[in-house]
Design a protein around this ligand. Structure first.
Ligand SMILES: [Zn+2]
Ligand SMILES: [Zn+2]
Length: 929
């Protein structure tokens, strides 16, 4: 059957076709059969505002590898995809668009971006929420599909029929339900609190959304005159980094144990510039070593001062407003910006002689992570979620192992954070998002939290109520992701079947933002953990291990690079470096190397497909089906060829080992090990050895029964390898598998078993024998190369005390001669004398080549010395390994024992080489005397 398979591997011709096929055929919807074992994972929903970056690519590749692997192992897999509405990011983008429409002619650049943002914000306020939200939805319709298209293109095996968006009506109902229930249970409350306020974004931002930057500034020492009582004038000096905030001071505080100030506690000071009388109080929080040991207290503009204010019932005076300008309470400074107010205050203090001194000081400034504006700690009324009662069960779930965190070190980070948690401000002063389900009575100020808008006030029956204008923090809605996506609060079949999820994979940056909140809310509403395993993946860095960033210009676009080299190569490159806890140094070179690997697979596949004539109809029945069904691995022994039988036993045994190792590696998220294992098998064992070994049989005429038997085994090994490769390289394996003839048809390799060869094929004896032959062949090839005899066919001698070893070599003599390029091989019992300069082998024999050229003593000495130094290096490496305590304690016993044996072997080889060198010198001396 002539097969059309292009000569050149061209991923661009294959990948889009299969990507479409997988989606159109809806292959990745889980089966409805509820009795099947299931494996479920909810995709961390990317932001609707974005497109995929390399971090996503890694995350999705790792997830897809595991999902395909689990599916091929017979699990009923649900990988549920979706998108997050990303309140703040989406609102900023739409604002910027509005700004650009209003100011279309500006030169592009960061300054223009800011101008558009300012103008867009102004226009948003002008439009009002209703029109603005219409714009947002319009924008979502036009741009929200990018990520889905990209995911489809990259072959993510998700169930698109279950895709969710966090602002879908159904999902939004779940968000309201969660809010109302938490409020009913007293866990959500409304309160005045210091929040991080971004004056640019016009909203509160959570602590996690605040970045800290070291900046050079000053520490100002300001004299606060004491209130004149009787006749003891004077002042108390406070040190501050924010002089303008003094306008909101309502106390001066000192440490109660500070003797310097003991007499002043209980007296009053007079706030300069405003002449407000404020108390001097004692509070443990004050650090006597900071500044003068006396600090000003501004409860409305500093979280620590807020706490002090609570303890001492101090008034809270807001002197900075939400636009970061001074309020009426700032007196003469009203209307100034923070920066202007600082200058004015310092100038006036100076003029009044109240500025004692100024010191240089480096302080950590809080800035909005999104827009880089300095955040203002601001007193405001917000909605809060109590964390302690939710955190306690979430701590226990990780402590008692109901949720396993990999890598381990993140477990401690999680627990530390959870133990220090405080209440979460969940309201945001934004428009795009889930509106807070709270209504205020205009008549009596009653607050109603409800699932539906109330028609009248339940307290005064007034009919004028208005809804809270704020929306919920995006992480509040995504915290419900693992169950809200499955139909909660309904009691759905999906929820019953797929909750808890088996696994969650995410980046470290959202461990608190998201993982912690999912765990808390999952336990709260579902009374069960949201997932059993949490795997934290690494970062993708550039080749120099630098973080990818736009400013550095080292960002790699995942779509661009997959279009250049093929998705399979990019995925394999990522997987091959994806060791748990280790960041990935990613480069074009690496992808090119795996593109070459894909090419190797392609050529092997093409070779088989071009020779299907060898695979008769009955022989084809062995493909796919036979290995999965046969209780024993009965490969087709090629009649009359023992040597081939050993190669078959070896390759099937290797397949079973490789399969087991890959299963173990993937179960432990050791993607790199699984990738290296199959890479090594396919390239260095299947292509380099097996194909070469069986060549004489497979090149016989097609009607020769030996040829057809050999071809069946070859095709079966290839097919089994395709199955193992599939999770890593879904496209090329799908293409080649579909071209192979199959006894059982199916739409996709992704729905076939992962392991075609089981542990039944394990055959350690054959593996050992085959390795011994490999060693001999490689040694002969090396010796030829060292002597410059590559183009010749010298004869060789093998000597050993081990008769069975010689017997093995004799049985495979033809293959050895062919693969090593030797003319003849003769066998000697015993070991060769050192003056014969033999090559000692680990298997316990000596090899020497016969050649007619006279010995070039210098070259021979150089060769022996090179060989000795190579062996020495190997021995030293092995010794280092053995000296490594963590290797000895962690590696399995038999591995350690194997390494110890290897050390003895190497020492023995080294000794023999030393003897040979000594003999060579001895012979030279004899000659010269
Ligand atoms: Zn901001
Ligand atoms: Zn009312």
């Amino acid at each position: 059957v002539p097969t059309e398979i292009p000569k050149v591997y061209a991923p661009e011709a294959i990948e889009p076709r299969w990507a479409r096929f997988w989606v159109e055929q809806r292959l990745y919807r889980p089966s409805e059969d509820a009795s099947l074992p299931r494996f479920s994972l909810s995709l961390p929903p990317p932001n609707i505002t974005g497109s995929l970056h390399m971090g996503h690519m890694l995350e999705h590749a790792e997830i897809d590898i595991l999902m395909r692997w689990q599916r091929m192992r017979g699990q009923n897999v649900l990988w549920l995809p979706g998108m997050d509405h990303a309140s703040i990011a989406a609102q900023m983008i739409v604002e910027r668009e509005l700004g650009r429409e209003a100011l279309p002619d500006l030169e592009p650049g960061p300054e223009t971006q800011r101008a558009w943002q300012r103008e867009g914000q102004r226009r948003r306020l002008e439009m009002g929420p209703e029109k603005f939200l219409e714009r947002c939805w319009q924008w979502k319709e036009q741009n929200g599909g990018t990520i889905r298209q990209q995911m489809e293109r990259l072959g993510a095996s998700v169930d698109w029929s279950r895709a969710r968006f966090t602002m879908d009506p159904e999902y939004s109902r779940a968000v309201v339900e969660a809010f109302v229930r938490l409020h009913e249970q007293g866990l959500i409350y409304r309160g005045e609190y210091i929040v991080n306020w971004c004056p640019r974004c016009g909203t509160a931002v959570s602590d996690l959304e605040v970045a800290h930057e070291e900046r050079k500034s000053h520490l100002w020492y300001i004299r606060y005159p004491l209130e004149a009582l009787e006749a003891s004038p004077g002042h108390i000096v406070v040190a501050t980094t924010r002089p303008e905030s003094m306008l909101g001071d309502t106390a001066v505080a000192v440490n109660p144990s500070d003797d310097r100030y003991r007499k002043l506690v209980g007296r009053n000071a007079v706030l300069p510039l405003l002449n407000r009388v404020i108390p001097i109080i004692a509070d443990d929080f004050v650090d006597p070593a900071f500044g003068t040991g006396a600090v000003k207290v501004t409860p409305a503009h500093d979280p620590n001062d807020f706490a002090i204010g609570m303890r001492h019932s101090l008034p809270r005076i807001r002197v900075v407003n939400t636009e970061a300008r001074m309020t009426a309470d700032a007196g003469p400074y009203q209307g100034l910006s923070r920066e202007e107010a600082r200058k004015a205050v310092l100038r006036d203090l100076e003029a009044a002689g109240l500025l004692e001194k100024t010191e240089d000081y480096t302080l950590s400034v809080s800035i909005c992570e999104r827009c880089k504006t300095v955040v203002e700690p601001l007193l405001s009324t917000q909605w809060f979620l109590k964390m302690k009662p939710l955190a306690e069960p979430a701590i226990r779930a990780v402590e008692d192992g109901r949720i396993r965190v990999t890598p381990e070190n993140h477990r401690k980070v999680y627990l530390d954070w959870m133990n220090r948690i405080y209440d979460w401000c969940i309201s945001r002063q934004l428009w795009w998002g889930h509106r807070i389900p709270a209504w205020y009575c205009d008549a009596c100020s009653e607050i109603v939290v409800a699932r539906e808008a109330p028609s009248s006030c339940p307290k005064c029956h007034g009919s004028s109520v208005h809804q809270d204008p704020d929306v919920l923090d995006t992480w509040f809605s995504s915290g419900l992701w693992p169950f809200a996506t499955l139909g909660w609060p309904g009691k759905t079949e999906d929820l019953r079947r797929f909750y808890p999820n088996d696994l969650m994979i995410m980046g470290f940056d959202i461990l608190f933002f998201w993982a912690a909140r999912m765990i808390m809310l999952g336990l709260k509403f579902m009374n069960d953990v949201p997932f059993h395993e949490l795997y934290i993946h690494a970062l993708v860095r550039d080749a120099e291990r630098q973080k990818m960033s736009k400013t550095k210009g080292n960002v790699i676009d995942p779509i661009e690079i997959t279009e250049k080299y093929g998705t399979d190569a990019v995925r394999f490159a990522l997987a091959s470096s994806a060791a748990p806890g280790t960041d990935i140094a990613f480069s074009d070179d690496k992808v090119q190397a795996y593109r070459a690997f894909a090419n190797k697979i392609w050529n092997a596949g093409r070779f088989i497909l071009m020779n299907l004539a060898y695979l008769s109809e009955p022989a084809q029945r062995h493909l796919g089906k036979s290995l999965e069904l046969a209780p024993e691995i009965e490969f087709n022994a090629v009649p009359g060829n023992e040597s081939l039988k050993l190669a078959d036993q070896w390759i099937f045994s290797r397949l079973s080992t490789v399969t087991r190792e890959m299963n173990e590696a993937l179960a432990a998220y050791r993607f790199h090990e699984a990738a290296h294992t199959i890479y090594h098998f396919f390239w260095h064992e299947f292509c380099d050895w097996y194909l070469e070994w069986v060549k004489p049989e497979i090149t016989r005429p097609p009607d020769d029964s030996r040829a057809s038997a050999a071809w069946v085994n070859l095709a079966r090994v290839f097919e089994a390898a395709l199955h193992l490769l599939h999770p890593f390289m879904p496209f090329i394996t799908e293409e080649l598998w579909n071209q192979l003839p199959h006894a059982t048809a199916g739409p996709s390799i992704s729905l076939t078993p992962f392991a075609l060869v089981t542990s039944r094929a394990a055959d350690p004896v054959s593996e050992k024998q085959f390795e011994t032959l490999q060693e001999l062949i490689v040694a002969a090839r090396n010796a030829k190369a060292e002597m410059g005899l590559q183009k010749e066919r010298p004869s060789a001698q093998v000597a050993s005390d081990d008769l069975r070893l010689l017997e093995l070599f004799r049985a495979h003599q033809d293959t050895i001669l062919r693969l090593a390029g030797l003319e003849a091989l003769n066998f000697v019992r015993g070991r060769l004398p050192a003056d014969a300069a033999p090559v000692p082998l680990a298997s316990g024999c000596d090899l020497r080549l016969f050649y007619e050229r006279t010995i070039d003593r210098t070259a021979e000495r150089a060769r022996l010395e090179r060989e000795r130094s190579r062996i020495r290096q190997q021995r030293e490496q092995v010794e280092r390994q053995l000296a490594n305590e963590s290797f000895r304690s962690r590696a399995p016993q038999d591995v350690v024992a194997g390494v110890e044996r290897r050390r003895v072997e190497l020492a023995d080889q080294e000794q023999r080489l030393a003897e040979s060198l000594a003999r060579l010198d001895g012979a030279a001396e004899q000659q010269s005397t």
